[in-house]
Design a protein around this ligand. Structure first.
Ligand code: AOS
Ligand code: ZN
Ligand code: ZN
Ligand code: ZN
Length: 427
C-alpha cells in the first residue's frame, strides 16, 4: 500500500513554493490579532474524526455514481483517512460502523492506524438495516420493537460493538436509531419510548467506566411520521435517564428547517449533556452535505456557542467533546469533500476563537443589539484561512491540501491500485 503514503518531502516541497504568498497573507491578518499564537496552538490541537462510511460515494435511492478507487476494506479505509491526516493534520481519528467495518485482527488494525497517527473515535452500531444472516428483522424498529426478542437482538448487537471498540481503544458508542413510524396510529409513542429506554439501559450497563454513549437524534427519515429519538429533547430525556455516561449527539443535518441549532448546543452544554457532533450541512432534509457548504454562518454561530460554553465550563476544546463528520457524497470525490469539510470546521472554529468575548458580554448586558451583532460578524467576516493554513503547516500538513492532493494525482493512483468499479462497504 505504498502509494497511500504522501511522503513528507512532497508536502514540504509544495509548501515551499506556496510559502511566499501564504506568508504575505498571514502577516496582513495577524497584525490585528494579539493572541494569534494561542489561537494557532488551539487549531493545531483540534482533531476531527472521519467516518469510515464517507470514504466512498453514497448515492441516493435513485442511483449511485461511484467515482472509482474507493476503499474496499477496513485497511483501505484507514489508509484513506491516513492520507487525509497527512495532508491536513486535523483528521487524526476514524469512526467505525459495525458490521460494515468488522476488524478481523485487532492488533493488525491498531498497528495500521497507529502507523498513520490515527485513533479510533466513536464506534457506531447499526440496527437500521437487516444483515444477511440476521435472525429477526428491524422493519418495524429495533430498540422500540413490540417484540422483546427483537429488542434483545438490537441490545446484543450494541454490546458486541462496544467489545470491538474496547479492542481498538475507542472510548465511545454512538447509537443512532431509525426507529419510529411511517403513519399515524402505527405506534404507541409512550410504549415506543419506554421500550427504547429499557433497551438503551441494557446497553448502558455494558459500557466500560471510561466510555461514553452518545444518543443521536434525527427528525425524520427513514420513518416519515415519527422518530423515537426525534429531537434534542427526546435525546436529552434518554441521556438524562440513562446516567452520567450518556450524552446527546448533535448531527447538524437532523433538524427541521431553520432550527436554532446554536441555541440547542448552548443549552446542552450548560446541562453537561452535549456529547459531540456529526458535522455536515443540509439545505432541505438530511442530505449530509459538505460542512459549511450551505450555511457557513450557522456553523460559525454553533462554534461561537461551543467556545463560549466550553470555556465557561472549563472544558478542553479537543478532548471533552466528540468531533466527527457524518457525510455522504454523490457527485464529489469523497476525499476532496472531506478535506473541504475539515477546512470549513477549522475556519468556523478559528473565527469563533476571534470573537471578542469581553466586548460581546458587555454589549449583551447593555442591550446593545447592534454592537453585539457587529462583534459577531466582525469575527465571521474575517478571512482566517491563512491562520488555518499556518496551523496546518506548523503541524506538518500542506498549506493547501486539495491543491496538493490534485497535483499528486492521488485519486488516479487509487483507481490504478483498487480499480474503477469499487464499491465501498457501507452506505
Ligand atoms: C443517520 O442519518 C445518521 O446520521 C447516523 O449517524 C448513521 O449512523 C450514519 O449516517 C451512517 O449511515
Ligand atoms: Zn449522523
Ligand atoms: Zn444522518
Ligand atoms: Zn448523516
Amino acid at each position: 500500500m505504498k502509494i497511500m503514503n504522501i511522503e513528507k518531502y512532497k508536502i514540504e516541497e509544495y509548501n515551499q513554493q506556496a510559502d511566499a504568498k501564504h506568508t504575505r497573507k498571514l502577516e496582513g491578518l495577524v497584525e490585528d490579532i494579539n493572541n494569534y499564537q494561542e489561537i494557532l496552538k488551539k487549531l493545531i490541537n483540534f482533531q476531527i474524526a472521519i467516518p469510515s462510511w464517507a470514504l466512498g460515494s453514497g448515492g441516493t435511492r435513485f442511483g449511485r455514481f461511484p467515482g472509482g478507487g474507493e476503499p474496499r476494506s477496513l485497511e483501505e479505509k484507514i489508509a484513506d483517512v491516513g492520507l487525509l491526516h497527512a495532508l491536513n493534520r486535523s483528521s487524526g481519528a476514524i469512526s467505525l460502523h459495525i458490521p460494515w467495518d468488522i476488524p478481523e485482527n485487532y492488533q493488525e488494525i491498531r498497528a495500521l492506524a497507529a502507523q498513520y497517527g490515527l485513533a479510533f473515535d466513536a464506534m457506531n452500531s447499526n440496527t437500521f438495516q437487516d444483515q444477511p444472516n440476521q435472525a429477526l428483522s428491524y422493519k418495524f424498529g429495533s430498540m422500540q420493537h413490540v417484540d422483546r426478542v427483537v429488542r434483545k437482538q438490537a441490545v446484543d448487537h450494541n454490546i458486541e460493538v462496544i467489545k470491538h471498540g474496547i479492542e481498538l481503544g475507542s472510548k465511545s458508542l454512538t447509537v443512532w436509531l431509525s426507529d419510529g413510524s411511517c403513519f399515524p396510529g402505527q405506534l404507541n409513542f409512550r410504549k415506543a419510548f419506554q421500550r427504547t429506554l429499557e433497551s438503551l439501559q441494557e446497553v448502558y450497563e455494558a459500557l466500560p467506566a471510561d466510555w461514553k454513549i452518545f444518543v443521536e437524534y434525527k427528525a425524520f427519515e427513514p420513518n416519515f411520521y415519527s422518530t423515537t429519538v426525534g429531537d434534542w429533547g427526546q435525546s436529552f430525556l434518554y441521556a438524562s435517564k440513562l446516567g452520567a455516561q450518556a450524552y446527546t449527539l448533535v448531527d447538524l443535518g437532523h433538524h427541521l428547517p431553520n432550527a436554532n441549532i446554536e441555541q440547542i448546543v448552548s443549552l446542552l452544554l450548560m446541562e453537561g449533556k452535549l456529547g459531540g457532533f456529526h458535522f455536515n450541512d443540509s439545505k432541505y432534509g438530511d442530505d449530509d452535505l459538505t460542512a459549511g457548504s450551505i450555511k457557513p454562518y450557522q456553523l460559525f454561530l454553533i462554534f461561537n456557542e461551543l467556545v463560549e460554553g466550553m470555556d465557561a465550563r472549563q472544558l478542553d476544546h479537543t478532548k471533552d467533546l466528540g468531533w466527527m463528520i457524518d457525510a455522504s457524497h454523490n457527485v464529489k470525490d469523497p476525499l476532496e469533500d472531506l478535506l473541504q469539510s475539515v477546512e470549513a470546521i477549522m475556519i468556523a472554529y478559528a473565527q469563533a476563537l476571534l470573537v471578542d468575548r469581553t466586548a460581546l458580554n458587555a454589549a449583551q448586558e447593555e442591550n446593545d443589539v447592534a454592537k453585539a451583532q457587529e462583534i459577531l460578524q466582525a469575527a465571521f467576516r474575517t478571512d482566517v484561512r491563512p491562520l488555518v493554513a499556518e496551523a496546518r503547516k506548523r503541524a506538518g500538513g500542506a498549506l493547501d491540501p486539495i491543491a496538493l492532493y490534485r497535483s499528486l494525482n492521488v485519486r488516479q493512483e487509487l483507481i490504478k491500485e483498487r480499480g474503477s468499479k469499487t464499491v465501498a462497504t457501507g452506505l
